[in-house]
Every structure is written in structure tokens, then in C-alpha cells.
Design a binder for this molecule. Structure first.
Ligand code: SF4
Length: 447
């Protein structure tokens, strides 16, 4: 048997933040099993690709990365420690490429058929993954220094996934097909995860799931579990992402209003504002109802920033529906908005719907929506000039100039705050005065 201590691995994490959490669990599990981390897939003996299977573009990216890692099928071999009759000898170990995650979960048999070069295809991974890798490749585990989860990149923030799967079954979404119905994680598991992240010195914990507002473990709902997380020493910011608009309870709004550590920020994917389209999506609601929710949040949590995401080009979306969405955006004046073009996903309820919107029209609507939101964002950020905000410093650009994020910006999806902060350190949170703005970003100086 080969010895895990002499075998290195590298994880390529694709897709969303929830997948990144799974990748960090794989990281922790393999390190606990004695494997060594490699800097990149060229160095690694085993490359693991945690794939995304959500929409076509993500699937294509996953396939490209797999074929890249397979490097045209020519397998490198390396001499590795091998235990033979109680003696360690050197034996040739052919490097391995492993695919896991949402794409493999969704298309397991098809991938086995079409990409036989892959050494191991496994769906959504769990705590048995390290053992599966060992038995598959003839490796003996030598307990190492891992944890339940080890960050892939050290950064100022960490995602805390509080449940998996989704039971909302929106007509266009493949997630329930891939990850199954919603399953909340126990408070013990969530708090252990958050404490592990705190032990790594992160300043911000970002609460995620497919729909965090559906979290429930006995009498512990989202507000309660967030409250417990804020008691953990170390992290100063708790951010809430992915709240289904129909599941936002009073207790959550109280938590946002009264808990100092919980940022005045919330991400609510409304997806659309036309009652007809939302009904077809299986998401009860409409523009008027959502405006009511937004006004309530702004009244109860002064200064709250609201992020949302929308889909254009859903089957049956006519010009009137689209204009209803545009009118909603003009009235709502949301702080941060992402938009997606509808892509039919086999196995979803909307896949069979006729009345498809032509691709050119979809693109036109997407561009119009983003143009409108860009103007709104620009106006809102300009109004922040002169304001004081807290900023987390994430990248030193030179000497005392940093790129970071304000308390109103989530990583990877929102704006950047560029500031001068002499004497400040990376991953620290400082107070800054806004001196300038652009469509999406802010500029300022520490004070
Ligand atoms: S709430 Fe989100 S993850 Fe769940 S089915 Fe709807 S779109 Fe998919």
C-alpha cells in the first residue's frame, strides 16, 4: 500500500460559496488522513475537481477544467513510498484526477461513460470521502494534521453553511435535483464550524445555504442560530446571504435591527417582480408584496443594504412582465443587484415550458436591466461621499493603499473599497471616510 504521508493533493473548487465549503471539508478530511497539500495540480499526485452542475455555463466550465487536469490523458507517474512486507520501498504512482460535486452528482453514469480517463467519480462528498480515496488508490491512511474543515485560501472571511439542499422547488432550478430537499445542520455542527473559522482568525462569517431563511432545527430558527454564532469570540461581522423573500420572519428582522455584530445587510433573491412569472416559477409574490418587504426592512433596520438577483428571459415572460420588473427596480432602488439569463435545465419543471424568449431578446433585457441598476448604484454610492463606514482590508495594493470591502459589500459579488490606511494590517477592520465613488466601488481614507 502507498502511504498517505507521501501523497499530495490539490483541490480545484468551482461554483458557489456552498461548494467552497464542501471543498474546505475535503481539504480538512484529506489532511486529517495524512495527505499533504500541493500548491497546484501540476505538483499534485491527486487532483480533485469539485464541480458545479447548476446551469450550462457552469457545467461547461467544469468539463473544461476536468479535461485540462487530464492533460490529454497522458498520465505522469511518480515514485512514492510504498509499504511492502513491513519495509518502505519506492513504487510508481500514476497521478490521479478525481471529479466530485454537483455535476458528477447529476450526471454520474453519463460522466463514467463519456470520461473514462477520470480515476474516480464521486457525487456530493461526505465524511467517508478520504476513506474512499484511500481504498480506491491503494493508500494507507497515516493520521495527519487536519480538521473538519481547512480553508483553501486564507482570507478575512469564511462561509458558514447552515443547511444543504432545498425544498422550495423553483421551476427553473436544478439544485433540488442535485442536493435533494432542505436539511438543516444541527446547531452543534454549525457552531463548531464557526468556531473553527474563528480559530483561523477570520473577521467575518457569512451565513449561507440555498435558502438560509428556511433554517430550522427544533425550536432553533435562523434568528436563534445567528444569535448563537454572534457569541463566538473573534469574528466581528456576521453577514446573511440567500434569504427566500417568503421566509423572512419578524425574529430575523429583530436580529438585523438589534444585534450589533449582524451587518445591516441582507441578500434576498427576488428573481422577478411580475406576479405571473413568479407564479410560474413556483415563487408566490409580486412587485407590490416585495416593495412592502423592502420598506419594512428599511424602516425597521435603518441604513440596511439590500442585495438581490433577478432572472430575465423566463419562458412566457412578455414585454409587460419585463417592464413590471424594470418598474420594480426603479421603485425599489436596491443597493446591489445580480442578474441571470434564463437557461433551460433538463429535469426542472420549466424545462418543458413552451413560449421560449428568443436569445437576442433575453440578452437585450439583461443589458437593459443591468444598465438601469448601474445608474441606481452609481447614484446611491455618490450619496455616500463624506460618510463613515467600516472596511475590511483584503489586499495591499502598495505601501498603505488597500483594496477591501465596506460592511455593505459581500465578497466576490459586491463592490470594492479602495483606501489609504497607513499602519493598518491585512484582514483588519478599520473606520474609513468615503471620499469618492464609481458605479460599483468606493474610495476613501482611514481615519
Ligand atoms: S430557493 Fe434557490 S436553490 Fe432553492 S429551488 Fe429556488 S432557486 Fe433553487
Amino acid at each position: 500500500m502507498f502511504l498517505s504521508s507521501d501523497i499530495s493533493f490539490h483541490i480545484i473548487s468551482l461554483g458557489c460559496a456552498k461548494n467552497l465549503v464542501d471543498s474546505e471539508r475535503i481539504n480538512g478530511a484529506l489532511m486529517s488522513a495524512g495527505f499533504a497539500r500541493a500548491g497546484d495540480s501540476n505538483e499534485a499526485d491527486i487532483t480533485i475537481i469539485n464541480t458545479c452542475g447548476f446551469i450550462n455555463t457552469a457545467k461547461e466550465e467544469s468539463i473544461d477544467v476536468i479535461f485540462d487536469a487530464l492533460g490529454g490523458g497522458v498520465k505522469k507517474r511518480k515514485l512514492k513510498n510504498f509499504m511492502e512486507n513491513g519495509r518502505i520501498v519506492k513504487k510508481s504512482f500514476p497521478v490521479k484526477v478525481v471529479a466530485v460535486g454537483c455535476l458528477t452528482q447529476r450526471y454520474m453514469e453519463k460522466m463514467k461513460e463519456e470520461i473514462p480517463e477520470l480515476d474516480f467519480i464521486c457525487g456530493i462528498t461526505d465524511e467517508t470521502f478520504a476513506g474512499q480515496v484511500c481504498s480506491r488508490f491503494g493508500i494507507t491512511m497515516e493520521p495527519g494534521h487536519g480538521a473538519s474543515r481547512v480553508p483553501i485560501i486564507s482570507q478575512a472571511y469564511s462561509y458558514i453553511k447552515i443547511s444543504d439542499g432545498c425544498s422550495n422547488n423553483c421551476s427553473f432550478c436544478a439544485i433540488p435535483l442535485i442536493r435533494g430537499p432542505a436539511r438543516s445542520f444541527s446547531p452543534e455542527l454549525v457552531l463548531a464550524d464557526a468556531s473553527d473559522a474563528a480559530a483561523y482568525g477570520v473577521k467575518e462569517l457569512i451565513i449561507i445555504a440555498q435558502d438560509i431563511a428556511s433554517y430550522r432545527w427544533g425550536d432553533v430558527g435562523l434568528a436563534e442560530i445567528v444569535g448563537k454564532i454572534t457569541e463566538i469570540k473573534g469574528p466581528e461581522w456576521i453577514r446573511l446571504m440567500y434569504c427566500h423573500p417568503n421566509h423572512i420572519e419578524e425574529t430575523l428582522i429583530d436580529c438585523l435591527a438589534n444585534n450589533e455584530k449582524v451587518l445591516k445587510y441582507i441578500d434576498i433573491p427576488f428573481q422577478h417582480a411580475s406576479g405571473k412569472v413568479l407564479k410560474s416559477m413556483g415563487r408566490a409574490g409580486d412587485g407590490a408584496k416585495y416593495i412592502g418587504l423592502i420598506e419594512k426592512l428599511r424602516e425597521r433596520v435603518p441604513g440596511i443594504r439590500i442585495r438581490s438577483s433577478f432572472m430575465v428571459g423566463y419562458p412566457g415572460e412578455d414585454e409587460g412582465d419585463f417592464q413590471a420588473l424594470m418598474e420594480f427596480l426603479r421603485e425599489a432602488r436596491l443597493d446591489r443587484v445580480g442578474a441571470f439569463i434564463y437557461s433551460p435545465e433538463e429535469g426542472t419543471r420549466s424545462f418543458g415550458l413552451a413560449d421560449r424568449v428568443p436569445a437576442r431578446e433575453k440578452r437585450k433585457r439583461y443589458n437593459e436591466l443591468m444598465k438601469l441598476q448601474k445608474a441606481i448604484s452609481s447614484q446611491k454610492l455618490e450619496k455616500m461621499i463624506g460618510a463613515d463606514v467600516r472596511v475590511i482590508l483584503e489586499e495591499r495594493l502598495d505601501g498603505s493603499t488597500f483594496a477591501g470591502r465596506s460592511e455593505y459589500d459581500a465578497p466576490e459579488v459586491d463592490g470594492i473599497f479602495y483606501l489609504t490606511a497607513s499602519g493598518a494590517g491585512l484582514n483588519s477592520i478599520v473606520r474609513a471616510r468615503v471620499t469618492g465613488s464609481s458605479e460599483y466601488d468606493l474610495y476613501g481614507e482611514m481615519y
